[in-house]
Design a protein around this ligand. Structure first.
Ligand SMILES: C[S@@+](CC[C@H](N)C(=O)[O-])C[C@H]1O[C@@H](n2cnc3c(N)ncnc32)[C@H](O)[C@@H]1O
Length: 197
């Protein structure tokens, strides 16, 4: 029997709550500062952060490589996890800009808030919510960055509609994500193991 969308979301939440609690136990996909460096983040930038800010990094690419952030911009980090990208974005947009870090897992948000405080970042606001119902006003965001999140979202058309809603006219989406390979069967896709393992 296929898992329901609610089952999938529950499994994804449990998966990332566990990663937030114990990143050293992650064995199935690359996490942490070395992974960030392999994905193209400058080593000096990663090394400038406290270990707690990078240990649970679980991104799959480098959304900053897709466009420059400017001072004063408002950035949404969709699925911010433990906040590494949010901190880097907050540094780029400076005190006249702001970052909204959004995640559906409280353990990740708590970690992100602590990491931002340790990094001396005061222009990042971490909010709990789902990508398919963003707690963000319409046309209020200049750039959305997101790293390894869209593949985990159950209702992708709804998420896209939300991203379009919150972006200002001329705003930009900088997405790093993974793609399905052709050999994944519909049965595998329907099972929560594919989403949360
Ligand atoms: C692979 S991790 C990446 C985290 C972070 N972007 C990074 O690069 O370290 C995926 C994150 O997206 C969050 N997430 C997954 N689906 C989500 C959704 N529908 N709404 C909000 N957050 C979601 C998870 O809780 C998790 O923190």
């Amino acid at each position: 029997m296929n898992d329901t969308p609610a089952d999938l979301e529950t499994a994804v939440k449990a998966r990332f709550a566990a990663l937030a609690r114990n990143p050293a136990e992650e064995k199935r996909f690359p996490v942490g500062p070395d992974s960030a460096k392999r994905l193209g983040y400058p080593a000096a930038e990663i090394d400038s952060l406290a270990p707690a800010a990078t240990e649970a990094f679980a991104g799959v690419g480098n959304p900053f490589s897709l466009g420059e952030l400017r001072s004063g911009q408002t950035v949404l980090d969709l699925g911010c996890g433990a906040g590494m990208d949010s901190i880097l974005a907050a540094r780029r947009v400076g005190p006249t800009g702001k970052v909204i870090g959004l995640d559906m897992v409280e353990e990740m948000l708590a970690k992100a808030r602590r990491n931002a405080e340790t990094a001396g970042v005061s222009n990042a606001d971490f909010r709990r919510g789902s990508a398919d119902g963003l707690p963000v006003p319409a046309q209020s965001v200049d750039v959305i960055i997101t790293n390894g999140v869209f593949n985990l979202c159950v209702d992708k058309p709804k998420v896209i509609a939300e991203l379009v809603r919150v972006l200002r006219p001329g705003g930009r989406l900088q997405m790093a994500d993974i793609l399905l390979e052709p050999h994944v069967t519909p049965e595998e896709l329907a099972g929560k193991g594919t989403w949360s393992d």
